[in-house]
Design a protein around this ligand. Structure first.
Ligand code: UDP
Length: 382
């Protein structure tokens, strides 16, 4: 089976990291076509996944764009569609991993007569997208896609509520290799020391810096915790959220937390950094489509506290394999963090159960097989 994967991003967000795991087993039978150059290309190359940057022109449409902007971009994407159409003839199917990839992939799949699969990593609702964007996406999917892989029940439900065809969609969670999250105790101790976290209770947050990812909620929460509780914020503004980053720094100063909140930027050593944490916090203020960091924290054996909305509710059972708090409520988050600190034995049991159950439920090998079966059936029925 030969697959042409498409992704609009040059930067490695959650959807892109998921694509690395899906494309890898196909080796030279895969090609990932990107619509931007950047660190994601390097990551694909490091994983020996064939990759080609198909355009050096940014597509000027955002999740909030209106109809005129969307139409205006059509001329701009014509050469890109042509590039994809040329490549598609050598592949059995087109696998679009992001929304702009869906638009380009849909037209190319029609021209090249290749089936189109769309991996839905988003909650298609007006909280995340403009009305125009939603309508274009759902219409294209309904007309052009042979299969939609939704990354959670929450993403599937939003797709159906937006008018998506029920018979197109299958839920497949992201897969992970549990062994990638095993930590070397010596290295962890060294890293903890280097980061100046030795005698601290460390709460980690792992996400790009963006208002809806809610790093500000965690900063507010830590100001309500005892002074030995500190935060590491791991991640950067991937999509131009520089104002938000400024706001976060100002908040830290205003609350006098300069010594208790560390900004570590985008990092490639997530398992090691999670290993230095005592708790991992997920604080999205809008429903999270899936929430890779929640599963990753579980695989690292760390207690995770997540905002109770979207995909996070499918991953976490409060008090069983983690903790859930109301999105946007810093006081509740502070209470859970304090409880984790004070009831360390009970918390460790929950984290250990989460590690074992997550390694079974999100086993990357099984999930890749599931996807492979789905793709095979699409090709056979074409
Ligand atoms: N991540 C990373 N480096 C960072 C911050 C985050 O590699 O500095 C990874 C994180 O481990 C996770 C992904 O980025 O695998 C984020 O995925 P998630 O589903 O949590 O959010 P998304 O970015 O898709 O909204």
């Amino acid at each position: 089976m030969k697959i042409l994967f498409l992704d609009q991003s040059g930067k490695p967000g959650g959807a892109e990291l998921c694509l690395v795991d899906i494309a890898k087993p196909y080796g030279q039978n895969a090609l990932v076509g990107l619509f931007a150059n950047g660190d994601f290309r390097k990551l694909l190359e490091e994983n020996q996944i064939p990759v080609e940057v198909l355009t050096n022109q940014a597509i000027k449409v955002s999740k909030q764009s209106g109809l005129f902007q969307a139409l205006g971009s059509l001329g701009q994407i014509t050469p890109l569609i042509n590039q994809v159409f040329q490549r598609a003839q050598q592949y059995d199917l087109i696998y679009a991993n992001t929304q702009k990839a869906l638009v380009v992939g849909a037209i190319a799949s029609f021209l090249a007569r290749r089936p189109l699969v769309y991996h839905l990593h988003d909650i298609l609702s007006t909280e995340h997208f403009s009305n125009t964007n939603l309508r274009v996406a759902v219409n294209l999917i309904n007309r052009c896609a042979a299969l939609v892989i939704a990354n959670s029940q929450a993403s599937k439900t939003a797709f159906l509520q937006a008018g998506g065809k029920p018979d197109l969609v299958q839920v497949v969670y992201n897969g992970f290799a549990a062994k990638d999250y095993e930590a070397d105790e010596l290295k962890v101790r060294e890293l903890r020391k280097n980061l100046g976290l030795d005698d601290k209770f460390v709460v980690g947050h792992f996400s790009r810096l963006s208002p809806w990812k809610g790093q500000h909620i965690l900063i507010e929460a830590v100001s309500q915790c005892p002074s030995n509780v500190v935060v590491i914020l791991v991640g950067d503004a991937l999509f131009g959220e520089h104002e938000y980053v400024k706001d976060l720094h100002q908040k830290v100063t205003a609350l006098g937390l300069e010594n208790r909140v560390k900004f570590l930027g985008f990092r490639g050593d997530i398992p090691q950094l999670m290993a230095v944490c005592d708790v991992v916090a997920h604080t999205s203020t809008a429903p999270e489509p899936f929430g890779r960091v929640i599963v990753e924290a579980m695989l690292c054996g760390k207690p995770v506290v997540a905002a109770e909305a979207g995909g996070a509710m499918e991953l976490v059972e409060d008090g069983i394999n983690g903790f859930l708090v109301t999105p946007g409520k810093s006081q509740e988050l502070a209470t859970v963090i304090n409880n984790c600190w004070q009831e360390s034995a009970k918390t460790a049991k929950i984290a250990n159960y989460a590690r074992i159950s997550a390694s079974e439920r999100f086993d990357g090998k099984i999930i890749n097989q599931q996807i492979q079966e789905l793709l095979k059936s699409i090709i056979l029925n074409k």
